[in-house]
Design a protein. Structure first.
Length: 441
């Protein structure tokens, strides 16, 4: 064995490479060629290793960037507060070298499926049909016809004899009769228990004895939430009898809070705004969180022509005290005989919506005169007052006042709200009046 040393000088590079090789055969023979091939093979393997490592690092960098981009995109696309479940039980132990991951105590995931929530709350939702009489005049003749109007309601409680349902006042206004449809498709008659026209709220009652045991078992009482804790962008669900076709479900987000809006009756209130579709028939239905709590009572009475993606609901925190009070009212189920009807002692005149806009007088019943010695005079009603509420019912005409008074007999005490001019402005005054007996002609 001998050592073969080869020197090569670079003419241009100015450097010298030194190579020593050990041969076991003749110079230039198979031994030298084998060593040369083996050297090339080692170099090729090394190059492949370097290339593979480079590709691996590159792939890892791009994959990490991709996953990070997907996470950012998901965070931006998924609505904040979408259906989320916290998994804190049965946590798998993490290896000791997991670093900061060892501090993870819970895992969250988001789902857009709301079917479970809908299934849970639907038994507390009802459809309402208001059968009312529309009267029109044509060429001196008066025509009347009975028409149905669709609405929605929420079962909010019961007492010893009644199932109580919250809805909008305009859903039950001027009703000749009310019909409620429950989740199992059965129907029952309902009566107005109490209304607050200014807040557009009402409570109606269904007699428990009119419901079968199957229907009572199929229904539930809605769970009320906290509308003050809502956040912009929070997902919500709207349920109601849209267009009178039956219960339907829409969803969206909280678009605005404390939105001041004036409804079709000219009454201004503060509402929750949502992009969940709320159409005719949805009024009185529920606006819910994704956990199934009622945080608003929908109203289709507040919407603009041609406007989409803007629905409104009465915040439940504003509605709850009023609903609680209305639940305590006496349900008026039977009309009083003519000879027993209560009497106030006023000379009434209608103030129509057109007159209200033209002259600035509140819509209602204008008191043109108060008869001397009557209960109206005793209660403090004065000439020039405008009666706008009777027992909490909004009054827009003398016919409406007569309709409400059909349920009150001589001796009944009711609350009457009038608007009176003070310093150039109409101011509300509430007074109690004990109905008297109509004097003989």
């Amino acid at each position: 064995m001998y050592e073969n040393e080869i020197y090569s000088n670079s003419e241009n590079g100015g450097y010298t490479s030194y190579q020593t090789s050990y041969n076991t055969g003749n110079i230039g023979g198979t031994g030298s060629a084998g060593n040369s091939a083996e050297g090339k093979k080692k170099k090729g393997t090394f190059r492949k290793f370097v290339v593979s490592m480079g590709l691996g690092i590159t792939f890892g960098a791009f994959a990490g960037a991709g996953f990070y981009a997907v996470k950012i995109g998901a965070d931006r696309l998924l609505p904040a507060g979408a259906q989320e479940e916290i998994v804190s039980e049965n946590q798998q132990s993490l290896p000791a070298n997991a670093g900061s991951l060892a501090n993870v105590s819970q895992v969250t995931y988001v789902s857009g499926d709301i079917s479970g929530v809908v299934e849970q709350v639907m038994p507390a939702m009802v459809s309402i049909v208001n059968n009312y009489t529309r009267t029109t005049s044509f060429w001196g003749y008066t025509y009347s016809e009975t028409l149905p109007a669709a609405g929605s309601g929420i079962i909010i409680g019961e007492n010893e004899t009644e199932l109580l349902i919250a809805t909008n006042n305009h859903v039950v206004d001027s009703a000749d009769s009310l019909e409620v449809t429950f989740i199992d498709g059965t129907t029952a008659a309902a009566n107005i228990k109490g209304v607050d026209a200014e807040m557009d709220l009402a409570v109606i009652a269904v007699q428990l004895e009119s419901l079968s045991e199957e229907t009572r078992n199929a229904t539930t009482i809605a769970k009320l939430g906290d509308s003050d804790s809502l956040k912009l962008g929070e997902p919500v669900i709207a349920i109601g009898n849209a267009l009178g076709y039956g219960q339907s479900v829409t969803n969206g987000i909280i678009s605005a809070l404390d939105r001041e809006v004036t409804n079709e009756d000219g009454i201004t209130g503060t509402f929750i705004q949502t992009n969940a579709a709320i159409n005719g028939g949805n009024s009185g239905g529920a606006l819910l969180t994704i956990t199934g709590e009622v945080i608003g009572i929908n109203s289709s009475k507040i919407r603009g022509t041609g406007v989409e993606g803007m629905g409104y609901a009465i915040p439940i925190n504003s509605a709850s005290p009023i609903i609680s009070d209305l639940m305590e009212h006496k349900t008026r189920t039977d009309k009083v005989a003519d000879e027993e009807k209560g009497y106030m002692g006023i000379y009434p005149q209608n103030v129509t919506a057109e007159m209200s806009q033209l002259f600035g007088i509140p819509e209602g019943v204008y008191v043109a005169d108060v008869f001397e010695g009557t209960v109206a005079e005793t209660a403090g009603i004065k000439k020039g007052d405008v009666i706008v509420k009777f027992d909490g019912n909004r009054i827009t005409s003398y016919a409406g006042l007569q309709e409400v008074m059909q349920y009150f007999k001589v001796g009944d005490t009711v609350k009457v709200t009038v608007k009176r001019v003070e310093n150039g402005e109409y101011v509300s005054h509430e007074m109690e009046i004990t109905l008297g007996e109509r004097p003989e002609d």
